[in-house]
Design a binder for this molecule. Structure first.
Ligand SMILES: NC(=O)c1ccc[n+]([C@@H]2O[C@H](COP(=O)([O-])OP(=O)(O)OC[C@H]3O[C@@H](n4cnc5c(N)ncnc54)[C@H](OP(=O)(O)O)[C@@H]3O)[C@@H](O)[C@H]2O)c1
Length: 217
């Protein structure tokens, strides 16, 4: 019995609509919102993700079991911490200075998800879905048990939230590999080998092990 029935998606751009379509394919109910009035995205959602509902951000969060953040990183601080407090939230965002502009807070040693978690204090943040292209999300999926099934890593500090999100990732069509706490999200970010490639579970676990225990020179 699935613990997740409804996925809320914040962001109705390339990633948000791809996540919405893939979630619909997987049998979820899907609520999509931006920061604007739902009437502004009703047509986009109807055309790009038929079956999903355009709603307010409050309705998308309040009416869903898992919320996916698919907004540009430069907009992370326009999200509402009070709304997301206590919620299981997927951080699918990446920091791209070329499009986001420079955000010094994202350029330290900490993972960008830790910075987002600081801002969204109280949200149960899990990093995943950031290291698969939005177009690949709808083409690389396969049923559980398929040989060479593509795997995605999940990183988070909240065990139950990570487990719930893992269930969603599996149902979206991907093997799940535990990457550890949010701090480990660093190895899933742009510029890393994990971010750059397609990996099955075995390859992804091997890569994560290498990153955790770098070879001594
Ligand atoms: N490119 C990829 O393959 C890929 C893969 C995985 C993850 N990502 C990451 O996913 C994120 C989204 O990328 P994208 O290409 O989908 O961006 P996008 O096409 O620019 O769409 C962003 C969406 O976020 C909405 N938004 C902005 N602020 C919001 C807020 N506070 N609450 C709710 N919605 C808000 C925007 O609405 P308005 O237009 O009304 O502002 C827009 O619908 C980025 O962080 C990106 O790095 C990208």
């Amino acid at each position: 019995m699935s613990r997740v029935r409804t996925i809320g998606v914040l962001g109705a751009g390339r990633v948000g609509t791809a996540v919405a379509r893939q979630a619909l394919r997987a049998g979820y109910e899907v609520l999509v919102a931006t920061a604007s009035d739902p009437s502004q995205i009703a047509l986009i959602v109807e055309v790009t993700a038929p079956g999903a509902r355009a709603v307010t951000a409050a309705e998308a969060v309040g009416g869903s079991d898992v919320v996916v953040l698919s907004v540009p990183m430069r907009r992370y601080d326009t999200l509402d911490p009070a709304l997301l407090a206590g919620r299981v939230v997927v951080d699918a965002m990446n920091y791209w200075p070329a499009t986001d502009g420079r955000l010094p807070v994202m350029e330290g040693e900490r993972s960008t998800s830790e910075v987002v978690q600081d801002f969204l204090a109280g949200a149960r943040l899990v990093k995943t879905l950031n290291h698969i292209g939005y177009h690949e999300l709808e083409t690389d999926h396969s049923p559980a048990g398929s040989p060479g099934r593509r795997a995605l890593a999940v990183a988070g500090d909240d065990d139950e939230a990570r487990s719930l999100v893992g269930e969603v990732v599996d149902r979206l069509g991907y093997d799940v590999v535990e990457a550890g706490p949010l701090a480990a999200g660093r190895v899933l970010e742009p510029g890393t080998e994990i971010f750059a490639g397609r990996h099955d579970g075995e390859a992804l676990r091997a890569l994560l092990a290498t990153v955790r225990e770098p070879a001594r020179s």
